[in-house]
Design a protein around this ligand. Sequence first.
Ligand SMILES: Nc1nc2c(c(=O)[nH]1)N[C@H]1C(S)=C(S)[C@@H](COP(=O)(O)OP(=O)(O)OC[C@H]3O[C@@H](n4cnc5c(=O)[nH]c(N)nc54)[C@H](O)[C@@H]3O)O[C@H]1N2
Ligand SMILES: Nc1nc2c(c(=O)[nH]1)N[C@H]1C(S)=C(S)[C@@H](COP(=O)(O)OP(=O)(O)OC[C@H]3O[C@@H](n4cnc5c(=O)[nH]c(N)nc54)[C@H](O)[C@@H]3O)O[C@H]1N2
Ligand code: SF4
Ligand SMILES: [Mo]
Length: 728
Amino acid sequence: MNASVTPTHCPYCALQCGMNLTSSPGGGVEVTERADFPVNRGALCGKGRTAPALLSSRVRLTSPLVRTAGVLEPASWDEALARIAEGLARTRTEHGPDACGVFGGGGLTNEKAYALGKFARVVLRTSQIDYNGRFCMSSAAAAGVRAFGLDRGLPFPLEDIPRTGCVILVGSNLAETMPPALRFVTELKENGGRLIVIDPRRTRTAEQADLHLAPRPGTDLALALGMLHLVVAEGRTDEEFIRARTSGWEEARAAAMAHWPEYVERITGVSVPELRAAVRMFCEPEDAMVLTARGPEQQSKGTDTVGAWINLCLATGRSGRPRSGYGCLTGQGNGQGGREHGQKADQLPGYRKLTDPAARRHVAEVWGIDPDTLPGPGRSAYELLDAMGTDIRSLLLMGSNPVVSAPHAAHIEERLKSLDFLAVADVVLSETAALADVVLPVTQWAEETGTTTNLEGRVLLRRQALSAPEGVRSDLEVLHELAARLGVEKGFPSDPEEVFEELRRASAGGPADYSGITYRRLAEENGVFWPCPAPPAPEAGTEAGPAPDTGTEDGLPAVVPDGPVPAGTGEAHHPGTPRLFLDRFATEDGRARFVPVSHRPVAEEPDDEYPVLLTTGRVVAQYQSGAQTRRVDELNAAAPGPFVEMHPRLAERLGAADGDAVTVVSRRGRAVAPARITTAIRPDTVFMPFHWPGEGRANTLTNPALDPISRMPEFKACAVRVEAAHEE
Ligand SMILES: Nc1nc2c(c(=O)[nH]1)N[C@H]1C(S)=C(S)[C@@H](COP(=O)(O)OP(=O)(O)OC[C@H]3O[C@@H](n4cnc5c(=O)[nH]c(N)nc54)[C@H](O)[C@@H]3O)O[C@H]1N2
Ligand SMILES: Nc1nc2c(c(=O)[nH]1)N[C@H]1C(S)=C(S)[C@@H](COP(=O)(O)OP(=O)(O)OC[C@H]3O[C@@H](n4cnc5c(=O)[nH]c(N)nc54)[C@H](O)[C@@H]3O)O[C@H]1N2
Ligand code: SF4
Ligand SMILES: [Mo]
């Protein structure tokens, strides 16, 4: 590549900030401003700014590693790939195809996620594939499908936020997790809109709020029901909207009416006057939005909790129209696209269902196989990891580091060690890769091309800006080589555009239809929102039909340029769909569905032995399991290690001063980290970030209790005891 400036996107979170990579004289690249991308308009957080550091880092892997006499030793690609093919083939012969597991990640590009899902079903013929997105937004996805018939994190562009009247941010610490997006909230306030933040901690985000409610962790469901109760009691429902656009209101209303504000106050710790103030702030303006993130979602009742917030939006008519609605702030770089193209246990590309016979026929035809050979749905992420060493004997893992990020992590670490065979593809020797029998060094974001779909449902092109160091190969090349070694010579191209062309066909007609999107369009436009079907082939001599309604005729500026097709192509194209549900919801009858939901306690309530609630989350300078960001000096200096955030009253009871090591004990294990004492957290709650392995690993403590629908673990609430470390 000799272009000196390459416009591309950040490797980390779901905002997928635009950035330019400029060749630096030393041979690498540096990040320079790219102001034309509307999501971040040039702004970046520290992680994005420092992302190139890992490209040339000494700690990145540049040779395959193969475990020999118990030790990981450098090996040739040939040897490493042969070992993996042999390991998987042996498991299949000895224990059947479902004993081979595959684990993916929401950071993988659409092309990789698609190829990985196809690899599992076509090459390994296993049903046992899932990915870390199950730990991320699966509850919101399940609730979205249940209510709207479709899951796209945000049904509108971020640019709509400043144009609404009130935003409730439920369990999102936007200021730390997507810093450039805070601008939308600031603009909302400048326009006279109000911000409500719901978080047990007074976070940097909560500090921006007009109203901050600090419920006990795990009680958002009751909180939303209490607000809906007040909406009904105060006559603030939108009867016309309910009648015209929804179904199921009577049952949902009855369920909410059982949640009296005083009862909700006892459960949540949020006072009745605060609840009333929130209802007033939300209902008074004509338009309002509710945006949830991991706080309410990573609960063993996350699906119902999100359902309750959706009910609130529907009952007040704040859905299915411009400037209003419910949205989920998806997390990983390709958290949205990663859940659409088949690495999820129950899914085929285009957000199709593996249990739907028509979907199976369509995808099997694209893949050139008999639909009857497609396996059925497999286990969810935690259940798959938990079955390692018993039903699952071999695992191929790409794009996740569960030794740090899975709940009940010490148990998962044991399960990983009990596998007959583990292969990991990564850019660094993560804590999980360190346990593998074979580790494959793969290319990074700036060294390869591919598409991601950001939290708005905007499909983007990440472009290669420099060549990869010798010795590394791309994930697509890995899958190509492994497929061939396992007897499937065709169907696994290593060229990303070729994979995308097939993905377009596989997704055509599905809920997440990408068939009208091409690399060429993505290179010319600032992304394209799905669904974007390919236009029907025009009959000779006729003009293409009118463009479908995309929601850009509501007086707001179009977000996606839907102007003329690039000269010379001669085809009309679908402009993409920035705004969903404006005319109808994606259910069969076009109506949004209310779901009756009721409060239930967290899976593990505090008791005498474990009297405190632990919640977990993130800090601005580290990303996820930290595999990448813990290797960047500037980020480590800003966030060097774990801590236990606690209220002075709790600290006093322990006799702990700020910075003293404390031990946090749950039924699953113990972790040690320094106390960080602050009045910004509820006295009955402690908070730990989960970015670190070792003795400060938060996930040693967390509870793998699963939501019955989404199979999301309860990362956000478990019972613990806190001790001064010297008591040990
Ligand atoms: N710096 C940084 N940014 C990231 C990431 C990262 O690792 N680091 N990861 C990316 C990914 S994958 C994701 S999913 C997003 C996550 O983005 P967020 O959801 O914003 O992140 P979290 O810190 O997990 O949780 C948000 C807040 O939920 C609060 N919370 C805890 N328990 C509860 C509860 O019971 N109810 C409510 N209402 N709130 C609660 C926490 O106090 C926390 O402030 O961030 C993305 N961006
Ligand atoms: N306690 C607690 N635990 C949590 C959460 C929480 O809030 N609290 N949040 C959960 C959430 S929302 C998430 S998303 C998960 C995330 O946790 P993980 O699934 O562990 O995610 P990452 O740390 O991003 O791991 C990605 C790994 O893949 C590598 N990698 C990056 N890009 C590529 C690529 O293109 N190809 C390959 N082969 N490898 C690549 C990285 O180096 C890294 O080792 O953690 C979950 N765990
Ligand atoms: S906010 Fe997210 S996408 Fe933007 S620079 Fe930071 S990590 Fe990258
Ligand atoms: Mo996530």
